[in-house]
Write a protein that binds this ligand. Structure first.
Ligand code: F6P
Length: 363
């Protein structure tokens, strides 16, 4: 069994609410129960790749009561710069994976806990395998698209933001007889849109996993009117395509693009056909920040404790997960197989459709 007394922890990928709560749980368990020294690695894998190394010893006195409540990550993070093909200033890419492994050993670490989404866990697992670096993963992402876990840290808080937005949009929609379109995050998975839309009383929910037609959306809005309501709420995931199958993206940096624009596309198309003012709200990074909701604090705490226990038991290449009302752990290999998307035939889509919500065309 690996003898551990110097543990590293890092956050990787997009930030979300609950990361600090997870770091806090790791530090508490590692120090209180095992008397280890914990090092927080800065800015994801960059902290071990850069020279000098960028890290901070995480002692209990740092946790003065705020960490559980704070959004973001005190360690910093990055969702760019794959160490195997790191973008260099001259436009080329360089394999910097060896610098990461070297950094791990320079800091004298015995094991690493990685808090990340499916993409980060895949890359970090591949990195760690280069030199059998003992690693345990903790799932986080507002998108909730990590396989083998019912919930990832950050999802609940993000959905609460969506619900809060719909609670605010509905009265103004009613006052002005408008169709309000809310564009939410979620990249390739529609979990945020689907859960937020149901809980926030949307009439239409469009997600990347289910094809839709503009006719279907127009029919639903007209039905709502016929039933006596003067306004409608539409939730659309950023990863939805236009009706003719084109991704809605905006130019970003260099020749790269990112999601954006599907809400405005829909507003333009619908305005001409539903005889009502259509307005768009793009929630963006508001969904990632803020104080973590209760469930994200609970998940983060349970995940942090269990991850440290796995390290203590010498169980590596595993990810902690939430299944059947509790924390379990699963092989990382079963996780890093892409995004866990919404099942168009699954129970949540069924609930939405049973409520009369238009969730695209039946497959
Ligand atoms: O994967 C999490 C996520 O918030 C997605 O929902 C979103 O598309 C993406 O990150 C945004 O990333 P960035 O912070 O780089 O804009």
């Amino acid at each position: 069994m690996t003898l551990v007394h110097r543990l590293g922890v890092l956050t990787s990928g997009g930030d979300c609410a609950g990361l600090n709560a997870a770091i806090r749980a790791v530090v508490h368990r590692a120090i209180h129960s095992y008397r280890w020294t914990v090092f927080g690695i800065k800015d994801g894998s960059l902290g071990l790749m850069n020279r000098p190394l960028q890290y901070q010893e995480l002692s209990l006195d740092l946790f003065n009561g705020n960490m559980l409540r704070m959004g973001g990550t005190v360690l910093g993070t990055t969702n760019k710069g794959d160490p195997f093909a790191f973008p260099m200033p001259d436009g080329t890419t360089k394999d910097r994976s060896g610098e990461f492994i070297e950094g791990f050993h320079m800091l004298g670490l015995h094991a690493l806990i990685v808090i990340g989404g499916d993409g980060s866990l895949r890359i970090l697992d591949k990195l760690c395998q280069l030199d059998n670096v003992p690693m345990v993963g903790i799932p986080k992402t507002i998108d909730n698209d990590v396989h083998q876990t019912e919930f990832a840290i950050g999802f609940t808080t993000a959905v609460n933001v969506v619900v809060d937005a719909l609670d605010r949009l509905q009265p103004t929609a009613a006052s002005h007889h408008r169709v309000m379109i809310l564009e939410v995050m979620g990249r390739d998975a529609g979990h945020i849109a689907l859960s937020g839309g149901i809980a926030g009383g949307a009439d239409v929910i469009l997600i990347p996993e289910v094809p839709y037609s503009l006719d279907g959306v127009v029919d639903k809005i007209n039905d709502v009117r016929r039933e006596g309501r003067n306004h409608a709420l539409v939730v659309v995931a950023e990863g939805c395509k236009t009706e003719d199958g084109l991704p809605a993206t905006v130019a970003w940096s260099g020749d790269q693009s990112r999601y954006g624009g599907i809400g405005h596309y829909l507003a333009d198309k619908l305005a001409a056909r539903v005889n009502a003012e259509t307005r768009v709200t793009v929630l963006g990074h508001v969904q990632r920040g803020g104080q973590p909701a209760m469930r994200d604090r609970l998940l983060a705490s349970a995940f942090g404790v269990h991850a440290v226990d796995l390290v203590a038991q010498g169980k590596f290449r595993r990810m902690v997960a939430w299944q059947d009302r509790g924390v379990v752990d699963v092989p990382i290999a079963e996780v890093v197989v892409g995004s866990r998307c919404v099942d168009p035939q699954g129970p949540v889509v069924h609930t939405a459709r049973s409520l009369g919500i238009y969730v695209g065309e039946f497959g």
